[in-house]
Design a binder for this molecule. Structure first.
Ligand SMILES: C[S@@+](CC[C@H](N)C(=O)[O-])C[C@H]1O[C@@H](n2cnc3c(N)ncnc32)[C@H](O)[C@@H]1O
Length: 228
């Protein structure tokens, strides 16, 4: 994401998640997957409709869907305008152009909003604040964390990153995947190397893996975190 003044309520589609988390969706059918923080992503809505037990967690969720949607629409314009100012820093093979990017964002917000009212009643959307999660230990097969950790390392410190990763690891019996490993200024985040070394001391593997997606130039890797 480009340099932004706030943590945006923004979200991507299942197809984008599939690419930047290198997911094999068929193998996830029947699995419990946490999207954390999910923002206005349609991953949970779309994954649930194909038989994946997807759950979304975000600080901005709440009972007022209109307020959530207003934030989502406002933040699409905010981010897309910022991307348009630095178009040359991105690769456009997936979105084609600014209008293609905006179309994807609107599609995600629309699908999210259609699922959210029912999904919240079915306990598929949870409001809360990392680094604390309201879930039992080991209940998810996979935890996905996109466009939050490392991106906002200018305002979320190293201790927050480590605590959030350990908490996400606590609730999975499988692994945590984090994408991208770049900051909002589109540079590699310096916390990544320290996190890898730090978790290793606690008997946790954190390894960088390639993903078949690159929008921000150079952002083609994720971090996989799991117990040895
Ligand atoms: C860019 S969005 C996430 C988008 C989504 N994961 C994706 O890849 O499309 C970042 C989200 O972090 C949420 N957020 C900010 N601080 C948080 C916290 N401490 N705990 C949980 N969510 C938080 C914001 O509400 C926002 O929706």
């Amino acid at each position: 994401m480009p340099n932004l003044d706030r943590i945006v309520f923004y979200g991507r589609t299942l197809d984008e998640y599939r690419r930047f988390f290198a997911l094999d969706l068929e193998s996830l059918k029947g699995a419990a997957v946490l999207d954390c923080p999910a923002g206005a992503s349609s991953f949970t809505a779309e994954a649930f409709s194909m038989g994946i037990h997807a759950v979304a967690f975000d600080a901005m969720y709440g009972p007022n869907l209109k307020a959530i949607m207003d934030s989502g629409s406002e933040d699409i314009d905010h981010v897309v305008d910022a991307v348009a100012r630095e178009k040359q820093k991105y690769l456009w093979d997936y979105y084609s152009d600014i209008s293609g990017l905006k179309k994807r964002r609107a599609e995600a917000l629309q699908k999210f909003s259609e699922d959210y009212p029912v999904g919240a009643m079915e306990n598929r959307y949870f409001k809360g604040q990392l680094p604390v999660l309201p879930f039992e230990t080991g209940v998810f097969d996979l935890v996905l964390s996109g466009h939050f950790l490392f991106c906002y390392s200018d305002r979320l410190d190293y201790a927050f990153h480590k605590a959030a990763i350990l908490e996400m690891l606590r609730v999975t019996s499988g692994e945590v995947r984090i994408y991208p490993l770049t900051t909002l200024t589109l540079e590699p985040c310096g916390f990544v190397t320290d996190i890898i070394a730090d978790l290793d001391k606690d008997g946790i593997t954190a390894e960088i893996a390639p993903v078949p997606f690159e929008f921000v130039k150079g952002a083609n890797q994720m971090l996989r975190v799991y117990r040895k």
